[in-house]
Design a protein around this ligand. Structure first.
Ligand SMILES: Nc1ncnc2c1ncn2[C@@H]1O[C@H](COP(=O)(O)OP(=O)(O)O)[C@@H](O)[C@H]1O
Ligand SMILES: [Mg+2]
Length: 181
């Protein structure tokens, strides 16, 4: 006998953990190296409601570090400018934009090649864009000399971590269920 007014189907529906599906964040900071850590923390905090895995957090933080570091050391070099970090969650898609108004890139295709760097004297590895590519699902770089650089990266979030109620009645975390849910 049921003691509440809800049907079994409705109860099941309510047991599914609902995550916030849309959110936006935008911040601006000076192009000083101390702010790389700030950007990493901001993006980690932003994705936290999505119950990210450690791998997801580390991947996203690494990609953001590379983009922000590039804006500071290549975009503005010795000058001080403003770096803009934008994070958007559209359903389970994270879109991260890092924008500077610095010197821009002459040949974007070339700059994105692994091991290409214009700062050989500073012992740079030329792997920043490669890391962004590997750790995120997509990478788009818009730049022109004198017009700054905008890096847009996307990543599909947390599909494997969403709590679901299985047919067997147990609440499990998707991806960890023995039958593959
Ligand atoms: N925001 C930026 N502004 C100007 N140039 C950039 C920017 N980001 C990247 N670049 C150029 O692209 C090259 C490759 O970047 P990256 O792959 O991160 O390697 P690295 O930073 O080690 O040089 C840089 O050496 C630089 O010439
Ligand atoms: Mg770099």
């Amino acid at each position: 006998m049921k003691l509440n007014e809800y049907s079994e189907g409705e109860e099941k529906e309510m047991s599914v953990h609902k995550r916030p599906l849309n959110n936006n964040m935008r911040m601006e900071f000076d192009s000083v190296s101390e702010n790389v850590a700030l950007a990493r923390m901001a993006v980690s905090g932003f994705i936290l409601p999505f119950d990210p895995t450690m791998d997801e957090i580390n991947d996203i933080k690494t990609a953001v570090s590379e983009a922000v570091t590039n804006a500071i050391i290549h975009g503005y070099e010795k000058f001080k400018g403003t770096v803009c970090l934008k994070c958007e969650l559209k359903n389970d898609l994270l879109v991260v934009t890092v924008k500077d108004n610095g010197k821009g890139i002459e040949n974007v295709e070339k700059a994105m090649e692994p091991m290409f760097t214009t700062k050989t004297e500073e012992d740079r590895a030329g792997m920043g864009f490669m890391f962004m590519n590997v750790f995120m699902d997509s990478l788009n770089v818009q730049s022109a000399p004198g017009f700054g650089t905008t890096v847009i990266m996307t990543k599909k979030m947390g599909i494997t971590k969403q709590d679901v109620r299985c047919e067997c009645g147990n609440t499990e975390t998707e991806g960890t269920h023995p039958f593959g849910r």
